[in-house]
Design a protein around this ligand. Structure first.
Ligand code: GMT
Length: 388
């Protein structure tokens, strides 16, 4: 198959999943064309059958906001036409699903690629519900030939908020390369991160408000006041200054390391003792799955799709905002070696048994094949239902 993939190239779960999927599909013999405004952050090095097409955008003084959606539509149209794509898979609906739809319309009757959209999270739960985006989000996802959501929770949200028939939405969970993300990876940076042999708590995110990074620090402080511990914060974003300030207020600043963005997070995760994900909302929680694959127990918020990933054996789920409860739960794992070991093994098993590349990528291939076999009468050709 010839597959076009569009995603956000920046530090974030949807771009990570899209890139890993593309690379894995290429390894399985498909030709994969990434189309985005920048090289996705996990797309590094040369790979056979993998191409990257940068979306060209001219700056013009009239544009306060350059019309990226249109430039992306042109790029997708061009790549679909010149490479005769079978399928275009867009990750995160806004604006990618609309751009893909325009690109296919531009083929003007010529047989175009099928379009599939994977819903990842805030495209449905937050941004997509804003009045300035809601109708176009609904229109464009209904025009997709296939729709997938990364969790059952997200499918329910889409059904309820966008009035989309749930039978139109496949739940295809995110996946993980369990050979790359594994416990005991070498080189392990434990001695550098915690030179005094302290326990290592870790958080990886894009530090947006939804991640509640101050709660990460509050939970950590609860632990650090009881046992020798270090908090390693990986990633960057608008809430970082608040997290720094909170660490100072709680008297733990010396024990918190802000490492900034890292593409190879597995090198860090595999030397963590506990992962914290106290998000306000999370449709899946890919970062938690990455930690679990490395055998790291997770303490997280009991919200959204997180319970579909973090099982009670692999960690602990607490109400959103209960940072003290999260700190106490973390302490229970970190002060009881047998309990920690059971949770670590359970976390790894969940990742391997339910979310491995080997298990999930063939599900995507089957899905593409079914959609392509559906010919010209896919649901994307049906007129969208009345606006929500
Ligand atoms: O939806 C977002 O906020 C962005 C997106 C991203 O690119 O990081 O995150 C979502 O997609 C990830 C991959 O499927 C999920 O693991 C995250 O849970 C989800 N984020 C939210 O739902 C807040």
């Amino acid at each position: 198959m010839k597959i076009g993939i569009t995603c956000y190239p920046t530090y974030g779960g949807s771009g990570a999943v899209a890139t890993e999927l593309g690379l894995e599909l290429a390894q399985r013999g498909h030709e994969v064309h990434f189309v985005s405004y920048d090289q996705p952050f996990r797309l590094v090095g040369f790979r056979e059958r993998v191409y990257f097409h940068e979306v060209e955008m001219d700056q013009y003084p009239l544009f306060e906001h350059p019309p990226y959606s249109l430039a992306l539509a042109v790029a997708l149209h061009e790549v679909a036409r010149t490479h005769d794509l079978d399928i275009v898979h867009v990750h995160y609906a806004i604006p990618h699903a609309a751009s893909a739809w325009i690109a296919r319309e531009m083929l003007e009757g010529a047989k175009g690629p099928r379009i599939v959209t994977t819903l990842h999270g805030t495209d449905i739960t937050l941004v997509g519900q804003h009045p300035s985006f809601k109708s176009i989000t609904r229109f464009s996802i209904l025009r997709s030939d296939g729709l997938s959501a990364v969790s059952s929770y997200l499918r329910r949200e889409t059904e309820e908020n966008f009035d989309v028939d749930r039978r139109r939405i496949e739940v295809i969970p995110n996946f993980i390369d369990t050979a790359r993300y594994r416990p005991g990876l070498e080189p392990c940076h434990r001695a550098l991160l915690a030179p005094g042999g302290e326990k290592i708590l870790m958080h990886v995110s894009n530090f947006r408000a939804v991640k509640r990074v101050e709660d990460v620090v509050r939970a950590f402080a609860r632990v650090a006041h009881r046992i020798p511990a270090r908090l390693v914060m990986v990633g960057d974003g608008p809430e970082r200054p608040r997290a720094v300030q909170r660490a100072e207020e709680l008297g733990v600043a010396d024990q918190v390391l802000f490492l900034g963005k890292h593409a190879a997070v597995e090198e860090l995760l595999s030397c963590a003792d506990l992962f914290l994900l106290p998000s306000e909302s999370e449709s899946f929680g890919l970062a938690a799955l990455e930690a679990m694959a490395c055998g790291v127990p997770v303490v997280a918020s009991n919200t959204g799709g997180i319970p579909e990933v973090v099982t009670p054996e692999a960690g602990a789920l607490l109400p959103v905002g209960d940072a003290e409860g999260m700190g106490d739960a973390a302490l229970e794992f970190l002060t009881d070696e047998a309990r920690w070991k059971r949770a670590s093994e359970a976390a790894r098993s969940v990742a391997v048994d339910r979310f491995s590349v080997e298990r999930i990528v063939p599900v995507y291939e089957d899905w593409y094949e079914r959609i392509i076999a559906g010919g010209d009468t896919g649901p994307g050709d049906a007129p969208p239902e009345a606006s929500a």
